[in-house]
Design a protein around this ligand. Structure first.
Ligand code: HEM
Length: 348
């Protein structure tokens, strides 16, 4: 039997670049777990009901579940790399950790469909959740962020590269096709940024502003954003993540921001980038764009495969029986179980 490629089990993480997005972060009230699990199993249907009427708008929704909620809500084992987001504290900059049990990443070519989906999600969850953050992102001209630079160029686009960077494989057999997502809401000090010359801004980012071409190695400073976020393994392989950042803002309030959202097969890759940005390698070599950008939120979620979201019990039962059927190594206990103990984890 041919194995299903991880990306074919995934939620709509690989949706095309959107013109509009809503990032909705919720916490779940004690006692709300059953209602939430039920709502999540119907989320794909709800998205179809709204999106089918305007197919060209390409409405999509990805939902992520935080570590604390996972243990309260699912009997299934916790995904092996799921944990709460640890703040990254450097001498000058801090990547804060803020509450979040659920993240909805809603995208479309039009904001009205994103809005309608979030509205219906919140109606369905009324009384079970509290909203902690809602950001409406928009596509800015030329794919630029509000610092004026083209954002997203080096995020992998081919299906093969994106799937390798973004999706869990056989290392966690229950959750092949799942993904980890880290989000951070950044606010920019545009008044200070605009005081820099274009050349100084280019040295901060590591790319040319107008042409978006990367600065050559001898010119690109080690504290540029591109240098800080480029991680190369000892064998020369570059570690990649999937980024779907969106600008957001409120002119009257003087609020100008970038909503960072990065998906990865292993959250440690994004966490390593954050350490390089906020602490620096070597310490002190911090990302220059942090002198003009402050992270005001930060959370980590697991994005379950679509089939798990819809019917967790069936997927776990199928994974267990597959594991038993192929158990032929010495790590499997002799009692024929998967050796994972009870499927329900204790909180922690
Ligand atoms: C590259 C903007 C936060 C990871 C870039 C680029 C821009 C940018 C303009 C260059 C073009 C591109 O390849 O996309 C921003 C802004 C941020 C932000 C405005 C928030 C204020 C982050 C964070 C991470 C990150 C928090 C990871 C933890 C990356 C990576 C690249 C990149 C991996 C590609 C580097 C390369 O291989 O060339 N970002 N970014 N970014 N950023 Fe960010």
């Amino acid at each position: 039997m041919t194995a299903i490629p991880p990306e074919d089990r995934a939620q709509d993480v690989l949706a095309p670049p959107a013109m509009a997005a809503i990032f909705l972060t919720l916490t779940v009230r004690p006692g709300g777990e059953d209602a939430v699990r039920e709502a999540l199993s119907g989320l794909a249907g709800l998205t179809r009901a709204i999106g089918f009427r305007v197919p060209e708008a390409q409405l999509s929704c990805v939902v992520g579940v935080g570590a604390r909620l996972w243990d309260r809500m699912y009997d299934a084992p916790r995904p092996v790399r799921l944990h709460t987001f640890e703040p990254v504290v450097g001498a000058q900059h801090t990547a804060v950790s803020t509450p979040g049990d659920l993240l909805f990443h809603v995208r479309a070519t039009r904001q009205d469909l994103c809005f309608e989906l979030c509205y219906q999600v919140m109606r369905g969850l009324d009384g079970s959740v509290d909203a902690v953050d809602e950001v409406h992102g928009f596509r800015y001209w030329d794919e630029r962020d509000l610092l004026g630079f083209v954002d997203g160029t080096e995020s992998p686009t081919s299906r093969v590269a994106a799937a390798a960077a973004g999706f869990v494989g056989d290392e966690d057999p229950y959750y092949v096709g799942g993904s980890y997502v880290i989000v951070q809401k950044y606010l920019h000090d545009l008044a200070a940024w605009d005081k820099l010359s274009v050349e100084e801004q280019e040295l901060a980012v590591g790319r040319r502003k107008l042409s978006d071409i990367e600065l050559p190695d001898g010119v690109k400073p080690p504290n540029s954003h591109v240098a800080a976020t480029t991680i190369v393994d000892p064998d020369g392989t570059e570690r990649q993540i999937l980024r779907h950042n969106m600008p957001f803002g409120n002119v009257a309030a003087g609020e100008f921001g970038t909503y960072f959202i990065g998906y990865a097969a292993d959250p440690a890759v994004i966490e390593h980038m954050l350490q390089r940005m906020f602490i620096g390698e070597p310490p002190g070599n911090t990302d220059r764009i942090l002198d003009f950008s402050t992270a005001v939120t930060g959370s980590l979620f697991f994005v379950p495969p679509a089939d798990f979201l819809e019917d967790p019990d069936t997927v776990v039962a199928a994974a267990s029986s597959r594991g038993l059927a192929t158990a032929n190594n010495d790590t499997m206990p002799s009692d024929g179980s998967l050796g994972i103990g009870s499927l329900r984890r204790s909180n922690g």
